[in-house]
Design a protein. Structure first.
Length: 612
Protein backbone atom coordinates (compact mmCIF):
# COMPACT_ATOMS: atom_id res chain seq x y z
CA UNK A 1 0.00 0.00 0.00
CA UNK A 2 1.57 3.29 -1.14
CA UNK A 3 -0.95 5.87 0.03
CA UNK A 4 0.38 9.34 0.87
CA UNK A 5 -0.37 10.77 4.33
CA UNK A 6 -2.74 13.37 2.88
CA UNK A 7 -4.65 10.70 0.97
CA UNK A 8 -4.93 8.65 4.15
CA UNK A 9 -6.30 11.72 5.90
CA UNK A 10 -9.05 11.96 3.28
CA UNK A 11 -7.87 15.26 1.84
CA UNK A 12 -9.50 16.44 -1.37
CA UNK A 13 -6.59 18.80 -2.05
CA UNK A 14 -4.18 16.40 -3.77
CA UNK A 15 -1.56 17.15 -6.41
CA UNK A 16 1.51 15.57 -7.99
CA UNK A 17 3.40 15.59 -4.70
CA UNK A 18 1.06 12.89 -3.47
CA UNK A 19 1.99 10.74 -6.48
CA UNK A 20 5.67 11.42 -5.82
CA UNK A 21 5.21 10.03 -2.31
CA UNK A 22 3.72 6.86 -3.79
CA UNK A 23 6.57 6.65 -6.31
CA UNK A 24 9.04 7.07 -3.46
CA UNK A 25 7.46 4.09 -1.73
CA UNK A 26 7.87 1.97 -4.88
CA UNK A 27 11.52 2.99 -5.30
CA UNK A 28 12.18 2.43 -1.59
CA UNK A 29 10.91 -1.14 -1.86
CA UNK A 30 12.83 -1.86 -5.06
CA UNK A 31 16.11 -0.60 -3.66
CA UNK A 32 15.73 -1.65 -0.04
CA UNK A 33 14.11 -5.00 -0.52
CA UNK A 34 11.01 -4.17 1.54
CA UNK A 35 8.30 -1.54 1.67
CA UNK A 36 8.87 1.51 3.92
CA UNK A 37 6.03 0.37 6.19
CA UNK A 38 4.72 -3.11 6.87
CA UNK A 39 2.17 -4.52 9.28
CA UNK A 40 -0.31 -7.30 9.90
CA UNK A 41 -3.27 -5.32 8.56
CA UNK A 42 -3.97 -2.64 5.98
CA UNK A 43 -5.01 -0.15 8.67
CA UNK A 44 -1.73 -0.64 10.56
CA UNK A 45 0.21 0.19 7.39
CA UNK A 46 -1.95 3.27 6.74
CA UNK A 47 -1.38 4.41 10.32
CA UNK A 48 2.37 4.29 9.77
CA UNK A 49 2.11 6.29 6.55
CA UNK A 50 0.36 9.00 8.56
CA UNK A 51 2.37 8.94 11.78
CA UNK A 52 5.74 7.20 11.35
CA UNK A 53 8.95 8.33 9.67
CA UNK A 54 10.43 5.65 7.40
CA UNK A 55 13.77 4.16 8.39
CA UNK A 56 16.71 5.37 6.26
CA UNK A 57 17.04 3.05 3.29
CA UNK A 58 20.77 2.71 3.93
CA UNK A 59 19.83 0.79 7.07
CA UNK A 60 18.39 -1.86 4.77
CA UNK A 61 20.88 -1.76 1.92
CA UNK A 62 24.15 0.14 2.60
CA UNK A 63 25.16 0.12 -1.08
CA UNK A 64 22.54 2.78 -1.90
CA UNK A 65 24.43 6.06 -2.53
CA UNK A 66 23.86 8.84 0.05
CA UNK A 67 22.27 11.26 -2.42
CA UNK A 68 19.79 8.60 -3.56
CA UNK A 69 18.92 7.76 0.05
CA UNK A 70 18.44 11.48 0.76
CA UNK A 71 16.21 11.90 -2.27
CA UNK A 72 14.05 9.02 -1.12
CA UNK A 73 13.79 10.48 2.37
CA UNK A 74 12.59 13.79 0.94
CA UNK A 75 10.07 12.08 -1.33
CA UNK A 76 8.57 10.39 1.76
CA UNK A 77 8.20 13.60 3.79
CA UNK A 78 4.90 13.73 5.70
CA UNK A 79 4.27 17.35 4.68
CA UNK A 80 3.76 17.74 0.88
CA UNK A 81 5.54 21.11 1.02
CA UNK A 82 8.75 19.30 2.01
CA UNK A 83 8.76 17.01 -1.06
CA UNK A 84 10.04 17.58 -4.57
CA UNK A 85 7.99 19.70 -6.95
CA UNK A 86 7.84 19.12 -9.90
CA UNK A 87 8.71 15.48 -10.55
CA UNK A 88 11.77 16.47 -12.57
CA UNK A 89 13.43 17.60 -9.34
CA UNK A 90 13.14 14.05 -8.03
CA UNK A 91 14.92 12.70 -11.14
CA UNK A 92 17.64 15.35 -10.83
CA UNK A 93 18.16 14.53 -7.16
CA UNK A 94 18.45 10.82 -7.93
CA UNK A 95 20.98 11.52 -10.68
CA UNK A 96 22.97 13.99 -8.61
CA UNK A 97 22.54 16.95 -11.01
CA UNK A 98 22.07 19.71 -8.51
CA UNK A 99 18.74 19.37 -6.67
CA UNK A 100 19.31 18.85 -2.93
CA UNK A 101 17.89 15.68 -1.45
CA UNK A 102 16.67 17.55 1.59
CA UNK A 103 15.85 21.18 2.32
CA UNK A 104 18.88 21.44 4.58
CA UNK A 105 22.28 21.47 2.86
CA UNK A 106 23.85 18.04 3.38
CA UNK A 107 27.44 17.52 4.37
CA UNK A 108 29.78 16.78 1.42
CA UNK A 109 30.02 13.09 0.59
CA UNK A 110 32.35 11.18 -1.65
CA UNK A 111 30.70 10.83 -5.08
CA UNK A 112 29.91 7.34 -6.29
CA UNK A 113 31.72 5.98 -9.28
CA UNK A 114 30.50 7.27 -12.70
CA UNK A 115 29.19 3.85 -13.69
CA UNK A 116 27.23 3.55 -10.48
CA UNK A 117 25.68 6.98 -10.98
CA UNK A 118 24.61 6.11 -14.54
CA UNK A 119 22.94 2.98 -13.16
CA UNK A 120 20.95 4.98 -10.60
CA UNK A 121 20.02 7.64 -13.18
CA UNK A 122 18.73 5.02 -15.61
CA UNK A 123 16.73 3.40 -12.87
CA UNK A 124 15.34 6.73 -11.69
CA UNK A 125 14.20 7.74 -15.18
CA UNK A 126 12.52 4.39 -15.61
CA UNK A 127 10.77 4.75 -12.31
CA UNK A 128 9.34 8.11 -13.26
CA UNK A 129 7.23 6.13 -15.72
CA UNK A 130 5.61 4.59 -12.68
CA UNK A 131 4.04 7.94 -11.80
CA UNK A 132 1.02 7.09 -13.87
CA UNK A 133 0.70 3.76 -12.10
CA UNK A 134 1.12 5.50 -8.75
CA UNK A 135 -1.60 7.98 -9.65
CA UNK A 136 -3.87 5.09 -10.57
CA UNK A 137 -3.14 3.36 -7.28
CA UNK A 138 -3.75 6.59 -5.44
CA UNK A 139 -7.15 6.86 -7.02
CA UNK A 140 -7.96 3.28 -6.09
CA UNK A 141 -6.76 3.70 -2.51
CA UNK A 142 -8.48 7.03 -2.19
CA UNK A 143 -11.77 5.19 -2.40
CA UNK A 144 -11.54 4.05 1.21
CA UNK A 145 -13.03 7.28 2.46
CA UNK A 146 -16.76 7.85 2.66
CA UNK A 147 -19.49 5.42 1.68
CA UNK A 148 -19.44 1.79 0.75
CA UNK A 149 -19.15 0.34 4.24
CA UNK A 150 -21.09 -2.64 5.46
CA UNK A 151 -23.51 -0.24 7.14
CA UNK A 152 -23.77 2.94 9.15
CA UNK A 153 -21.30 3.33 12.01
CA UNK A 154 -23.20 3.68 15.26
CA UNK A 155 -20.71 2.35 17.81
CA UNK A 156 -17.11 3.30 18.43
CA UNK A 157 -14.22 2.75 20.81
CA UNK A 158 -11.42 5.23 21.47
CA UNK A 159 -8.19 3.33 21.94
CA UNK A 160 -5.55 4.81 24.27
CA UNK A 161 -3.80 7.65 22.49
CA UNK A 162 -0.05 7.05 22.16
CA UNK A 163 2.19 9.47 24.02
CA UNK A 164 4.26 11.20 21.35
CA UNK A 165 5.68 13.82 23.70
CA UNK A 166 9.04 11.98 23.84
CA UNK A 167 8.66 11.91 27.62
CA UNK A 168 7.29 8.87 29.45
CA UNK A 169 6.27 11.07 32.38
CA UNK A 170 3.59 12.48 30.07
CA UNK A 171 1.69 9.16 29.98
CA UNK A 172 -0.89 10.58 32.38
CA UNK A 173 -1.55 13.39 29.89
CA UNK A 174 -2.13 11.00 26.98
CA UNK A 175 -4.41 8.85 29.14
CA UNK A 176 -6.33 11.90 30.34
CA UNK A 177 -6.81 13.19 26.81
CA UNK A 178 -8.13 9.77 25.81
CA UNK A 179 -10.62 9.87 28.69
CA UNK A 180 -11.85 13.36 27.86
CA UNK A 181 -12.21 12.60 24.16
CA UNK A 182 -14.17 9.46 25.07
CA UNK A 183 -16.42 11.55 27.30
CA UNK A 184 -17.08 14.10 24.53
CA UNK A 185 -18.05 11.35 22.10
CA UNK A 186 -20.14 9.61 24.72
CA UNK A 187 -22.44 12.62 25.01
CA UNK A 188 -23.65 11.95 21.45
CA UNK A 189 -26.92 10.10 22.03
CA UNK A 190 -27.01 8.38 18.62
CA UNK A 191 -23.58 6.85 19.06
CA UNK A 192 -22.66 4.01 21.40
CA UNK A 193 -19.21 4.63 22.86
CA UNK A 194 -17.25 1.99 24.74
CA UNK A 195 -16.18 3.07 28.21
CA UNK A 196 -12.57 4.01 28.85
CA UNK A 197 -12.02 1.04 31.17
CA UNK A 198 -12.49 -1.56 28.44
CA UNK A 199 -10.68 0.44 25.75
CA UNK A 200 -7.68 1.04 28.04
CA UNK A 201 -6.94 -2.67 28.02
CA UNK A 202 -5.62 -2.24 24.49
CA UNK A 203 -2.92 0.23 25.44
CA UNK A 204 0.47 -0.17 23.81
CA UNK A 205 1.90 -1.10 20.45
CA UNK A 206 1.45 -4.88 20.79
CA UNK A 207 -2.31 -4.80 20.82
CA UNK A 208 -4.38 -7.16 18.66
CA UNK A 209 -5.54 -6.27 15.17
CA UNK A 210 -8.36 -3.78 14.77
CA UNK A 211 -10.98 -6.41 13.84
CA UNK A 212 -10.08 -8.43 16.96
CA UNK A 213 -10.40 -5.37 19.19
CA UNK A 214 -13.69 -4.41 17.57
CA UNK A 215 -15.05 -7.90 18.13
CA UNK A 216 -14.02 -7.87 21.79
CA UNK A 217 -15.65 -4.47 22.32
CA UNK A 218 -18.57 -5.09 19.94
CA UNK A 219 -18.12 -1.84 18.00
CA UNK A 220 -18.30 -0.79 14.36
CA UNK A 221 -15.36 1.61 14.38
CA UNK A 222 -12.10 2.28 16.17
CA UNK A 223 -10.46 5.65 16.79
CA UNK A 224 -6.76 5.60 17.47
CA UNK A 225 -3.94 8.06 17.30
CA UNK A 226 -1.41 10.01 19.30
CA UNK A 227 -1.09 13.10 21.44
CA UNK A 228 1.93 15.30 21.86
CA UNK A 229 2.57 18.39 23.93
CA UNK A 230 5.34 20.84 23.23
CA UNK A 231 5.48 24.05 25.20
CA UNK A 232 2.04 25.63 25.06
CA UNK A 233 0.84 23.55 22.10
CA UNK A 234 -1.14 20.30 22.19
CA UNK A 235 -1.56 18.21 19.07
CA UNK A 236 -3.78 15.17 18.54
CA UNK A 237 -3.39 13.08 15.41
CA UNK A 238 -6.24 10.61 15.06
CA UNK A 239 -7.50 8.17 12.51
CA UNK A 240 -10.86 6.52 12.19
CA UNK A 241 -11.12 2.91 11.06
CA UNK A 242 -14.19 0.99 9.97
CA UNK A 243 -13.32 -2.10 11.97
CA UNK A 244 -15.83 -4.36 10.24
CA UNK A 245 -13.89 -4.16 6.97
CA UNK A 246 -10.56 -3.18 8.55
CA UNK A 247 -10.81 -0.09 6.37
CA UNK A 248 -9.23 3.28 7.02
CA UNK A 249 -11.68 6.17 6.74
CA UNK A 250 -9.65 9.26 7.53
CA UNK A 251 -6.84 10.68 9.60
CA UNK A 252 -6.63 14.26 10.79
CA UNK A 253 -4.55 16.39 13.10
CA UNK A 254 -5.89 18.94 15.53
CA UNK A 255 -3.70 21.46 17.31
CA UNK A 256 -4.51 24.11 19.89
CA UNK A 257 -2.94 25.94 22.79
CA UNK A 258 -3.06 24.27 26.19
CA UNK A 259 -5.80 26.62 27.34
CA UNK A 260 -8.00 25.50 24.42
CA UNK A 261 -7.46 21.76 24.89
CA UNK A 262 -11.13 21.14 25.74
CA UNK A 263 -12.16 22.85 22.51
CA UNK A 264 -9.65 20.70 20.62
CA UNK A 265 -11.28 17.52 21.93
CA UNK A 266 -14.78 18.80 21.20
CA UNK A 267 -13.72 19.73 17.66
CA UNK A 268 -12.39 16.22 17.10
CA UNK A 269 -15.59 14.66 18.46
CA UNK A 270 -17.67 16.84 16.13
CA UNK A 271 -15.48 15.90 13.17
CA UNK A 272 -15.98 12.21 13.89
CA UNK A 273 -19.74 12.64 14.12
CA UNK A 274 -19.74 14.46 10.79
CA UNK A 275 -17.54 11.83 9.14
CA UNK A 276 -19.81 8.93 10.08
CA UNK A 277 -22.95 10.96 9.47
CA UNK A 278 -24.28 10.91 13.03
CA UNK A 279 -26.77 13.70 13.52
CA UNK A 280 -26.22 15.80 16.64
CA UNK A 281 -29.11 17.15 18.64
CA UNK A 282 -29.17 20.94 19.13
CA UNK A 283 -28.02 20.58 22.73
CA UNK A 284 -25.17 18.23 21.71
CA UNK A 285 -24.07 20.65 19.00
CA UNK A 286 -24.15 23.54 21.46
CA UNK A 287 -22.20 21.60 24.07
CA UNK A 288 -19.46 20.54 21.65
CA UNK A 289 -19.16 23.97 20.06
CA UNK A 290 -19.09 25.81 23.37
CA UNK A 291 -16.17 24.11 25.13
CA UNK A 292 -14.64 26.59 27.57
CA UNK A 293 -11.00 27.51 27.93
CA UNK A 294 -9.19 26.08 30.92
CA UNK A 295 -6.21 27.02 33.06
CA UNK A 296 -3.48 24.71 31.65
CA UNK A 297 -1.90 24.08 35.05
CA UNK A 298 -5.26 23.31 36.66
CA UNK A 299 -6.15 20.96 33.81
CA UNK A 300 -2.78 19.25 34.14
CA UNK A 301 -3.31 18.71 37.88
CA UNK A 302 -6.80 17.37 37.16
CA UNK A 303 -5.46 14.84 34.63
CA UNK A 304 -2.87 13.67 37.15
CA UNK A 305 -5.66 13.29 39.71
CA UNK A 306 -7.72 11.13 37.36
CA UNK A 307 -4.64 9.07 36.50
CA UNK A 308 -4.15 8.17 40.18
CA UNK A 309 -7.89 7.78 40.81
CA UNK A 310 -8.10 5.16 38.06
CA UNK A 311 -5.65 3.06 40.14
CA UNK A 312 -7.47 3.37 43.48
CA UNK A 313 -5.11 2.02 46.12
CA UNK A 314 -5.05 4.03 49.34
CA UNK A 315 -1.73 5.59 48.33
CA UNK A 316 -3.02 6.57 44.88
CA UNK A 317 -6.27 7.95 46.29
CA UNK A 318 -4.24 10.25 48.54
CA UNK A 319 -2.26 11.41 45.51
CA UNK A 320 -5.48 11.87 43.52
CA UNK A 321 -7.01 14.04 46.26
CA UNK A 322 -3.87 16.18 46.41
CA UNK A 323 -3.94 16.74 42.62
CA UNK A 324 -7.67 17.52 42.54
CA UNK A 325 -7.23 20.00 45.39
CA UNK A 326 -4.38 21.64 43.50
CA UNK A 327 -6.59 21.92 40.41
CA UNK A 328 -9.35 23.54 42.49
CA UNK A 329 -6.85 25.96 44.03
CA UNK A 330 -5.58 27.01 40.60
CA UNK A 331 -9.04 27.18 39.03
CA UNK A 332 -11.88 27.32 41.59
CA UNK A 333 -14.53 27.26 38.83
CA UNK A 334 -13.22 24.12 37.08
CA UNK A 335 -16.15 21.73 37.69
CA UNK A 336 -14.41 18.42 36.79
CA UNK A 337 -11.86 18.92 39.57
CA UNK A 338 -14.64 19.31 42.16
CA UNK A 339 -16.34 16.14 40.87
CA UNK A 340 -12.99 14.34 41.03
CA UNK A 341 -12.56 15.37 44.66
CA UNK A 342 -16.00 14.00 45.51
CA UNK A 343 -15.28 10.68 43.79
CA UNK A 344 -11.90 10.27 45.47
CA UNK A 345 -13.24 10.99 48.96
CA UNK A 346 -16.17 8.62 48.43
CA UNK A 347 -13.87 5.79 47.38
CA UNK A 348 -11.40 6.47 50.19
CA UNK A 349 -14.22 6.37 52.75
CA UNK A 350 -15.45 3.12 51.26
CA UNK A 351 -11.97 1.56 51.52
CA UNK A 352 -11.79 2.51 55.23
CA UNK A 353 -8.10 3.22 54.78
CA UNK A 354 -6.52 6.58 55.53
CA UNK A 355 -9.85 8.34 56.09
CA UNK A 356 -13.14 7.34 57.67
CA UNK A 357 -16.50 7.60 55.97
CA UNK A 358 -17.53 10.31 58.46
CA UNK A 359 -14.46 12.35 57.55
CA UNK A 360 -15.01 11.80 53.84
CA UNK A 361 -18.74 12.63 53.86
CA UNK A 362 -18.71 16.47 54.05
CA UNK A 363 -15.87 16.72 51.56
CA UNK A 364 -17.56 14.38 49.09
CA UNK A 365 -20.78 16.34 49.39
CA UNK A 366 -19.09 19.71 48.93
CA UNK A 367 -17.25 18.53 45.82
CA UNK A 368 -20.32 17.02 44.16
CA UNK A 369 -22.63 19.94 44.90
CA UNK A 370 -20.07 22.49 43.75
CA UNK A 371 -19.46 20.55 40.51
CA UNK A 372 -23.18 20.54 39.67
CA UNK A 373 -23.47 24.21 40.58
CA UNK A 374 -20.61 25.09 38.23
CA UNK A 375 -21.72 22.85 35.34
CA UNK A 376 -25.29 21.64 35.42
CA UNK A 377 -24.72 19.91 32.06
CA UNK A 378 -21.96 17.65 33.36
CA UNK A 379 -23.00 13.99 33.53
CA UNK A 380 -19.96 13.28 35.70
CA UNK A 381 -20.97 15.95 38.21
CA UNK A 382 -24.53 14.63 38.49
CA UNK A 383 -23.21 11.10 38.86
CA UNK A 384 -20.88 12.16 41.68
CA UNK A 385 -23.84 13.75 43.46
CA UNK A 386 -26.03 10.69 42.82
CA UNK A 387 -23.44 8.32 44.29
CA UNK A 388 -22.98 10.57 47.31
CA UNK A 389 -26.73 10.76 47.94
CA UNK A 390 -27.04 6.98 47.75
CA UNK A 391 -24.17 5.68 49.82
CA UNK A 392 -23.72 8.47 52.37
CA UNK A 393 -27.18 10.01 52.71
CA UNK A 394 -29.37 7.03 51.78
CA UNK A 395 -31.48 9.45 49.78
CA UNK A 396 -32.50 6.87 47.24
CA UNK A 397 -35.06 8.97 45.37
CA UNK A 398 -32.71 11.94 45.20
CA UNK A 399 -29.97 9.64 43.94
CA UNK A 400 -32.19 8.13 41.24
CA UNK A 401 -33.15 11.63 40.11
CA UNK A 402 -29.50 12.62 39.70
CA UNK A 403 -28.69 9.40 37.86
CA UNK A 404 -31.52 9.97 35.40
CA UNK A 405 -30.21 13.47 34.73
CA UNK A 406 -26.65 12.16 34.25
CA UNK A 407 -27.73 9.47 31.80
CA UNK A 408 -29.82 11.97 29.84
CA UNK A 409 -26.69 14.09 29.45
CA UNK A 410 -24.40 11.17 28.64
CA UNK A 411 -26.25 7.97 27.67
CA UNK A 412 -22.91 6.19 27.22
CA UNK A 413 -21.64 6.71 30.76
CA UNK A 414 -21.16 3.10 31.90
CA UNK A 415 -20.40 3.99 35.52
CA UNK A 416 -23.67 5.93 35.80
CA UNK A 417 -25.67 2.98 34.45
CA UNK A 418 -23.80 0.64 36.79
CA UNK A 419 -24.43 2.67 39.93
CA UNK A 420 -27.99 3.50 38.86
CA UNK A 421 -28.65 -0.23 38.67
CA UNK A 422 -27.26 -0.66 42.19
CA UNK A 423 -29.65 1.91 43.64
CA UNK A 424 -32.60 0.48 41.72
CA UNK A 425 -31.93 -2.86 43.39
CA UNK A 426 -31.92 -1.23 46.83
CA UNK A 427 -35.40 0.20 46.25
CA UNK A 428 -36.66 -3.14 44.94
CA UNK A 429 -36.85 -2.39 41.20
CA UNK A 430 -35.02 -5.57 40.28
CA UNK A 431 -36.00 -5.82 36.61
CA UNK A 432 -34.92 -2.23 35.97
CA UNK A 433 -31.73 -2.87 37.93
CA UNK A 434 -30.86 -5.85 35.75
CA UNK A 435 -31.56 -3.82 32.60
CA UNK A 436 -29.20 -1.05 33.75
CA UNK A 437 -26.55 -3.62 34.57
CA UNK A 438 -26.81 -5.09 31.08
CA UNK A 439 -26.45 -1.62 29.60
CA UNK A 440 -23.36 -0.97 31.70
CA UNK A 441 -21.81 -4.24 30.51
CA UNK A 442 -22.55 -3.33 26.87
CA UNK A 443 -20.74 -0.03 27.31
CA UNK A 444 -17.82 -1.45 29.32
CA UNK A 445 -17.66 -5.14 28.36
CA UNK A 446 -14.17 -5.78 29.73
CA UNK A 447 -14.75 -4.30 33.19
CA UNK A 448 -14.63 -6.92 35.96
CA UNK A 449 -15.94 -4.35 38.45
CA UNK A 450 -19.17 -3.82 36.53
CA UNK A 451 -19.71 -7.57 36.21
CA UNK A 452 -19.27 -7.91 39.97
CA UNK A 453 -21.66 -5.04 40.67
CA UNK A 454 -24.27 -6.80 38.55
CA UNK A 455 -23.97 -9.84 40.80
CA UNK A 456 -25.83 -8.21 43.69
CA UNK A 457 -29.27 -7.97 42.09
CA UNK A 458 -29.13 -11.58 40.92
CA UNK A 459 -27.88 -12.62 44.33
CA UNK A 460 -30.83 -10.88 45.98
CA UNK A 461 -33.02 -13.01 43.70
CA UNK A 462 -30.96 -16.09 44.57
CA UNK A 463 -30.31 -16.69 40.88
CA UNK A 464 -27.22 -18.78 41.51
CA UNK A 465 -26.67 -19.74 37.86
CA UNK A 466 -26.45 -16.11 36.69
CA UNK A 467 -24.35 -15.12 39.70
CA UNK A 468 -21.75 -17.81 39.03
CA UNK A 469 -21.72 -16.89 35.34
CA UNK A 470 -20.97 -13.23 36.06
CA UNK A 471 -18.32 -14.13 38.64
CA UNK A 472 -16.68 -16.51 36.16
CA UNK A 473 -16.49 -13.83 33.47
CA UNK A 474 -15.03 -11.32 35.93
CA UNK A 475 -12.41 -13.87 36.97
CA UNK A 476 -11.41 -14.46 33.36
CA UNK A 477 -10.88 -10.72 32.89
CA UNK A 478 -8.90 -10.23 36.09
CA UNK A 479 -7.90 -13.29 38.15
CA UNK A 480 -6.20 -10.98 40.70
CA UNK A 481 -9.38 -9.04 41.53
CA UNK A 482 -10.27 -9.68 45.18
CA UNK A 483 -14.00 -9.23 44.52
CA UNK A 484 -14.12 -12.41 42.40
CA UNK A 485 -13.50 -14.94 45.22
CA UNK A 486 -15.32 -12.61 47.63
CA UNK A 487 -18.57 -12.75 45.68
CA UNK A 488 -18.10 -16.44 44.96
CA UNK A 489 -17.91 -17.09 48.71
CA UNK A 490 -20.71 -14.64 49.42
CA UNK A 491 -23.03 -16.56 47.11
CA UNK A 492 -22.19 -19.71 49.09
CA UNK A 493 -23.26 -17.86 52.25
CA UNK A 494 -26.54 -16.84 50.61
CA UNK A 495 -27.20 -20.51 49.83
CA UNK A 496 -26.35 -21.61 53.38
CA UNK A 497 -23.10 -23.30 52.31
CA UNK A 498 -21.00 -21.67 55.02
CA UNK A 499 -18.06 -24.07 55.07
CA UNK A 500 -17.73 -23.94 51.28
CA UNK A 501 -17.40 -20.16 51.48
CA UNK A 502 -14.45 -20.15 53.89
CA UNK A 503 -11.55 -21.06 51.53
CA UNK A 504 -12.81 -18.63 48.90
CA UNK A 505 -13.02 -15.78 51.38
CA UNK A 506 -9.63 -16.68 52.86
CA UNK A 507 -8.15 -16.37 49.38
CA UNK A 508 -9.89 -13.03 48.83
CA UNK A 509 -8.62 -11.62 52.15
CA UNK A 510 -5.04 -12.20 50.97
CA UNK A 511 -5.54 -10.22 47.72
CA UNK A 512 -5.05 -6.65 49.03
CA UNK A 513 -8.74 -6.51 49.86
CA UNK A 514 -10.46 -3.86 52.01
CA UNK A 515 -11.14 -4.81 55.66
CA UNK A 516 -14.79 -5.68 55.06
CA UNK A 517 -13.68 -8.82 53.16
CA UNK A 518 -11.99 -10.09 56.31
CA UNK A 519 -15.22 -9.29 58.17
CA UNK A 520 -17.24 -11.42 55.72
CA UNK A 521 -14.74 -14.23 56.33
CA UNK A 522 -15.39 -13.80 60.05
CA UNK A 523 -19.12 -14.14 59.39
CA UNK A 524 -18.49 -17.35 57.45
CA UNK A 525 -16.46 -18.83 60.33
CA UNK A 526 -19.18 -17.83 62.78
CA UNK A 527 -22.07 -19.13 60.67
CA UNK A 528 -20.30 -22.45 60.18
CA UNK A 529 -20.02 -22.88 63.96
CA UNK A 530 -16.32 -22.03 64.40
CA UNK A 531 -16.58 -19.35 67.10
CA UNK A 532 -12.88 -19.41 67.92
CA UNK A 533 -11.84 -18.58 64.35
CA UNK A 534 -14.59 -15.97 64.11
CA UNK A 535 -13.25 -14.18 67.19
CA UNK A 536 -9.70 -14.53 65.86
CA UNK A 537 -10.87 -12.70 62.76
CA UNK A 538 -11.71 -9.71 64.94
CA UNK A 539 -8.03 -9.59 65.90
CA UNK A 540 -7.08 -9.76 62.24
CA UNK A 541 -9.42 -6.84 61.54
CA UNK A 542 -7.63 -4.73 64.13
CA UNK A 543 -4.41 -5.24 62.17
CA UNK A 544 -5.87 -4.12 58.83
CA UNK A 545 -8.16 -1.34 60.11
CA UNK A 546 -6.97 2.29 60.33
CA UNK A 547 -5.56 3.07 63.78
CA UNK A 548 -6.58 -0.43 64.85
CA UNK A 549 -10.22 0.64 65.16
CA UNK A 550 -12.50 -1.91 63.55
CA UNK A 551 -15.45 -0.35 61.71
CA UNK A 552 -18.75 -1.04 63.52
CA UNK A 553 -20.29 -2.59 60.39
CA UNK A 554 -17.49 -5.18 60.24
CA UNK A 555 -17.94 -6.07 63.91
CA UNK A 556 -21.69 -6.39 63.32
CA UNK A 557 -21.15 -8.96 60.56
CA UNK A 558 -19.30 -11.28 62.93
CA UNK A 559 -21.89 -10.92 65.69
CA UNK A 560 -24.61 -11.59 63.09
CA UNK A 561 -22.86 -14.82 62.08
CA UNK A 562 -22.66 -15.86 65.73
CA UNK A 563 -26.41 -15.37 66.06
CA UNK A 564 -25.99 -12.49 68.53
CA UNK A 565 -28.79 -10.41 67.05
CA UNK A 566 -29.06 -7.63 69.61
CA UNK A 567 -25.33 -7.01 69.54
CA UNK A 568 -25.30 -7.09 65.73
CA UNK A 569 -28.11 -4.51 65.55
CA UNK A 570 -26.26 -2.31 68.04
CA UNK A 571 -23.16 -2.52 65.82
CA UNK A 572 -25.19 -1.59 62.75
CA UNK A 573 -26.69 1.37 64.62
CA UNK A 574 -23.14 2.52 65.38
CA UNK A 575 -22.30 2.01 61.71
CA UNK A 576 -25.20 4.29 60.78
CA UNK A 577 -23.86 6.95 63.16
CA UNK A 578 -20.41 6.51 61.57
CA UNK A 579 -21.81 7.05 58.02
CA UNK A 580 -20.85 3.56 56.83
CA UNK A 581 -21.15 3.16 53.06
CA UNK A 582 -21.98 -0.55 53.46
CA UNK A 583 -25.40 -0.10 55.03
CA UNK A 584 -27.18 -0.48 51.68
CA UNK A 585 -26.57 -4.22 51.96
CA UNK A 586 -28.92 -4.34 54.94
CA UNK A 587 -31.89 -3.39 52.78
CA UNK A 588 -32.07 -6.37 50.39
CA UNK A 589 -29.37 -8.90 51.29
CA UNK A 590 -30.72 -12.17 52.70
CA UNK A 591 -27.87 -12.50 55.21
CA UNK A 592 -29.71 -9.93 57.30
CA UNK A 593 -33.12 -11.65 57.12
CA UNK A 594 -32.85 -12.96 60.73
CA UNK A 595 -33.03 -9.33 61.90
CA UNK A 596 -35.97 -8.08 59.84
CA UNK A 597 -38.65 -8.56 62.52
CA UNK A 598 -36.57 -7.05 65.31
CA UNK A 599 -38.04 -3.63 66.32
CA UNK A 600 -34.64 -1.92 66.48
CA UNK A 601 -33.75 -3.20 63.03
CA UNK A 602 -37.10 -2.00 61.66
CA UNK A 603 -36.33 1.43 63.12
CA UNK A 604 -32.89 1.36 61.48
CA UNK A 605 -34.48 0.53 58.12
CA UNK A 606 -36.69 3.61 58.48
CA UNK A 607 -33.57 5.71 58.99
CA UNK A 608 -32.24 4.24 55.78
CA UNK A 609 -35.51 5.20 54.04
CA UNK A 610 -36.04 1.56 53.18
CA UNK A 611 -39.35 -0.29 52.98
CA UNK A 612 -39.69 -3.02 55.61
Amino acid sequence: MYMSPEQAAGSDDLDGRSDLYSLGCVLYEMLGGQAPFTGPTAESVVRQHVLTVAAPITNLRPTVPPDVAGALARSLAKNPADRFNPAAQFVQALSGTGIPATRATPAPAAPPAPGTRRKWLTLAIGLVLLLGVAAFLATRWGGVRGGGSAGAIRSIAVLPLDNYSADSTQDYFAEGMTDELTTDLATISRLRVTSRGSAMQFKGKNRPSTPEIAKALDVDAILEGSVSRSGDRVRITAQLIDARADRHLWAKSFERSSSDVLALQAELASAIAAEIDVQLTPSERTRLSGAPSVDPQAHDAYLKGRYFFNRPSDANLQLAIAQFEEAVRLSPTFAPAHAGLSDAYLWAGYNEGFITASEAKPRARAGAERAVELDSNSAEAHTSLAVYKAWLEHDWEGSLREFRRAIALNPNYAFAHDQYGQVLSVVGQMDSSIAEGKRAIELDPLSPSILIDCVFTHMYRRDEVRVRELIGKAGELDPTFYAVPTMDGWMDLEMGQFRAAVPKLERAAKMEAPPFVTAILGYAHAASGDRARAMATLKDLEKVSPKGQVAPFNVGLIHLGLGEREQAIADFERAYAADSEFLFWLVQDHLFDPLRKEPRFVALMKKLHAAT
